[in-house]
Design a protein around this ligand. Structure first.
Ligand SMILES: Nc1ncnc2c1ncn2[C@@H]1O[C@H](COP(=O)(O)OP(=O)(O)O)[C@@H](O)[C@H]1O
Ligand SMILES: [Mg+2]
Length: 308
């Protein structure tokens, strides 16, 4: 099967500055990939290389087997791209922007209009459908830009910080639409973000990029293992009861687990010891915990900058 995204030793230098250092990556079709890293890590540079806006200094990349530098039109026909700078026609309404773009993508006029209307509804922009895009707020323009990227029914969506600057409700609408694209339409998603909570809800795999270097790659549990973040067993017991070997934190007994396989035995032992187990749960490391182990708190950027 052809990889949706492939990079091998992909590097980009801007003058003296090495923005991307030998990135190797391979994403199968249908995956939802979170590309995480603080500002300046090289995420946008990677998206530009993969969409043919930049030429690699070294190494190679492909999108569904196509070289983005040699065959940019074919790559663009397969991809939807949402970048920080939304390129919309300010004098056209939201609906007109989308319909026009749909027709550029080869949709018949009626089909383009139908898809445009449905996307505007799903992104909470229906009220503003006939408003000139130039009058849209930043958040609305960002959602319109996502809608535009979806007009051509892309097989691969590049989303560069699609929810930064959005209020939580709009961000939620955007995330739901992204998740639906992946789940229902099998779209591959390449999501650059440092909003880790959203990423954790959406993505099945992650890459952590820092100073142009890919520090880690994998799903959450494999990243947690690489970072040395453990799952914890957490118990809430009857008044005055204690669990040996656990530490008490805010009314809960916690203990790190070497493996989740330890959990059933811990529950059994607590019950057999006559303790009143009101609550017993397995607490897995969050993406945030794992990310900051790799990137460090100083440089990690905001963990959840919904206020941005
Ligand atoms: N056109 C450019 N010219 C010179 N340096 C650049 C240019 N674009 C990006 N950079 C530098 O490359 C590094 C990676 O930038 P970028 O890919 O935008 O990171 P991110 O998207 O992760 O914030 C940064 O240090 C940035 O300053
Ligand atoms: Mg960027």
């Amino acid at each position: 099967m052809t990889e949706a995204v492939f990079a091998n030793g992909l590097s980009k230098r801007y003058g003296e500055r090495l923005a991307l250092d030998r990135l190797s990556l391979s994403l199968s079709p249908g995956s939802v990939f979170g590309f995480l890293g603080p500002n300046g890590a090289g995420k946008t540079t990677t998206v530009k290389l993969l969409t043919g806006l930049l030429t690699p200094t070294e190494g190679a990349c492909s999108v569904f087997g196509l070289d983005p530098c040699r065959e940019p039109e074919k790559v663009h026909a397969l991809c939807g791209v949402v970048t920080e700078s939304a390129r919309l026609y300010p004098q056209l309404s939201g609906l007109e922007n989308l319909s026009f773009f749909g027709e550029l993508c080869g949709l018949p006029r009626a089909a383009a209009r139908e898809r445009a209307e449905s996307l505007l509804r799903r992104l909470g922009l229906w009220e503003a459908a006939s408003l000139a895009a130039g009058a849209y707020s930043t958040g609305m323009a960002q959602r319109l830009s996502l809608a535009r990227a979806l007009m051509g029914e892309p097989k691969l969506l590049f989303l560069d910080e699609p929810t930064s600057g959005l209020d939580p409700e709009s961000a939620q609408a955007v995330n739901e639409l992204i998740a639906a694209q992946a789940a229902r339409e099998g779209v591959t998603v390449f999501l650059c973000t440092h909003q880790l909570r959203y990423a954790q809800d959406l993505c099945s795999g992650y890459g952590i990029l820092h100073h142009g270097t890919l520090l880690a790659l994998g799903d959450l549990s494999s990243l947690a293992e690489q970072a040395g973040c453990h799952s914890h067993a957490v118990f809430r017991l009857g008044q005055g009861e204690v669990l040996p070997g656990f530490s008490l934190q805010e009314g809960f007994f916690r203990r790190p687990l070497r493996s989740e396989e330890e959990m059933p035995a811990l529950v059994r032992e607590a019950v057999q010891a006559g303790l009143h187990v009101y609550e017993a749960r397995l607490e897995r490391p969050a993406l945030e915990d794992v990310y900051f182990r790799f990137v460090g708190h100083e440089e990690g950027g905001r963990a959840d900058d919904t206020s941005a």
